[in-house]
Design a protein around this ligand. Structure first.
Ligand code: F0G
Length: 516
């Protein structure tokens, strides 16, 4: 028996209700390239063009033949999937190959070390933990230096060196006690993370605090390290936030026969996180100029730049790393989604040699991370992307240009309905104008409730067999993230569908979207 029963629990009941409300609660039974096959109530199988692309995971489309062949031969050969705590040359191989890609795209020879995990949010958690681990070790090193200097000052005081005027009466031990008390309290400060407004970095305990949407973040704020959000168009604000949050440790210096108290910068900000093309936040691109400001500000305050390429990476923007196009060399990179070729659930956090803490992988592991099957799939993903001198990247760029041209034409033809198109390669957004004040009451109500994008998605699916969704935190923007195998015919089908949507919205034909 199907359907919920009072005696049995159900899966995500609130989400299921929402999908039903929008008319997108369909079942898919097959998937290939850009096509998902939907099962109608009649039993008929109906092809749907998939522009949602598994939330960006399907750079290579559904069930890519080479990925499928890899999985099949891996299983046929009875290759080991779970052989933790052994030598895993396939894991080393992925890191070596990705270092090659980094060196080529960024023009650096920095070595990046890797920690594997199982999902996008998990790779962000790894970055959070590594950044805090690094900060704690830095604090420990700083305090050890201060301890050494205290010893030197004590010896100097015994030889008769002068104390600062305010401490002269109380003596060296009172001065040391004062410094130690201040340092103990400062050293206990929790980390602060920075992220851009509009960012989405996942929904686990730590990563949810870097996700700007308050609905996902604030109920869980007490559970994890705090973040401050930098306005998207004002990256220079990083410096001001750093000044507001600044903390110092106290240290002692012996110069000739004088003992002085000096301040040492304390690392409050553990890391700055950003997506160079925000996905869930509405497909917004960070400019090369903003990237320079971010890099300079973070270098000045000594905090690492974590570039979240979970959605933008793996080739969809015309290069493996979207950050390479704006010249932002990351200290950390998070990868997931397309790394698993649309089949495996795998993720990776890369940390530059300059930042990497050798001891970290002893304190962070996961049962399923680095499993043999996922690694084999990732090798195949890299084979496909890197084949023929990067033909896949060129294809993503070219298909993206075609789609962007289409959106540009639609914008010119329907300026009253469409507002803007954004993005690069096959990570594009098309923003509709806010219809909150539209004459058609039900359209206006949907827009006011943040449901316009979902309403359009439902219509596109039911009427045109096209699957896309709004970006969840920028609800008037539809996202388009098809695979690199997108065909001209699929682009034409999208064109007629969107022309129809624009015409109906322009005519305030709300019956088309809601029924009479
Ligand atoms: N970072 C980015 C940039 C993402 O787009 C996502 C997920 C995550 C992290 C979290 O990854 O879901 O594997 O834990 N984005 C989806 C979206 C949900 O709507 O684009 P996850």
């Amino acid at each position: 028996m199907n359907g919920p029963s009072p005696r049995f629990g159900s899966v995500d009941p609130a989400m299921q209700e929402f999908l039903t409300l929008l008319g997108v609660d369909v079942t898919y039974v097959r998937a290939e390239e850009n096509t998902l096959t939907m099962l109608a109530d009649t039993g008929e199988e109906i092809p749907v063009i998939d522009y949602a692309g598994g939330y960006g995971a399907l750079v290579l489309g559904h069930n890519h033949p080479e990925v499928v062949a890899t999985v099949q031969s891996f299983l046929t050969a009875r290759s080991p999937i779970l052989a933790q705590a052994s030598r895993q040359p396939a894991a080393e191989g992925v890191i070596t190959r990705l270092n090659g890609v980094i060196h080529r795209e960024f023009g650096t020879d920095e070595a990046y070390h890797g920690v594997f995990s199982n999902s996008g949010a998990e790779s962000v958690e790894v970055a959070l933990k590594h950044a805090e681990f690094d900060r704690q070790l830095t604090i420990r090193e700083l305090l050890a230096e201060v301890e050494g200097h205290i010893g030197e000052a004590r010896a100097a005081a015994a030889r008769g060196a002068a104390l600062p005027a305010q401490d002269a009466d109380a003596g060296i031990e009172a001065l040391i006690a004062r410094i130690t008390e201040v340092n103990t309290s400062v050293a206990a400060r929790p980390p602060l993370f920075l992220a851009l407004e509009g960012s989405f970095h996942g929904k686990l305990v730590g990563s949810a605090q870097l996700t700007h949407n308050a609905d996902y973040r604030t109920p869980f704020a007490a559970m994890a390290g705090a973040a401050r959000f930098v306005p998207f168009d004002e990256p220079e604000r990083i410096t001001k936030i750093a000044e507001e949050e600044r903390a110092v440790l106290l240290d002692l210096r012996v110069d000739a026969d004088r003992i002085r108290v000096v301040e040492r910068e304390f690392p409050v900000i553990a890391a700055f996180f950003l997506e160079v093309i925000q996905g869930e936040g509405g497909i917004r691109e960070v400019t090369a100029e903003a990237a320079r400001t971010i890099r300079q500000a973070c270098t000045a305050i000594g905090c690492p730049v974590v570039v979240d390429e979970i959605q933008s990476g793996m080739g969809r923007t015309g290069a493996f790393f979207a950050s390479s196009a704006i010249g932002l060399l990351p200290d950390y990179i998070t990868l997931a989604k397309g790394l698993g070729g649309g089949v495996a659930k795998t993720a990776l956090t890369l940390v530059s040699g300059a930042r990497h803490r050798h001891e970290f992988d002893l304190v962070h592991t996961s049962t399923f991370a680095k499993d043999g099957l996922s690694l084999a799939v990732t090798h195949t993903v890299l084979d496909v992307l890197e084949a023929a001198d990067g033909a896949a990247y060129r294809r993503a760029a070219e298909r993206g240009e075609r789609l962007k041209e289409l959106f540009g034409t639609l914008l010119a033809d329907h300026p009253g309905v469409l507002r803007e198109t954004r993005g690069r390669g096959l990570m594009l957004g098309l923003e509709f104008r806010d219809l909150s004040d539209a004459p058609a009451p039900r359209l206006a109500e949907a827009a006011r409730s943040g449901l316009l994008g979902y309403l359009l998605s439902g219509y596109l699916l039911r009427t045109h067999r096209i699957r896309t969704f709004p970006t969840a935190s920028a609800v008037n923007t539809l996202r388009f993230e098809p695979s690199i195998y997108l065909t001209d015919a699929e682009i034409s089908a999208l064109e007629s569908a969107l022309r129809d949507v624009c015409a109906k919205l322009g005519a305030q034909d709300e019956a088309a979207f809601f029924g009479p």
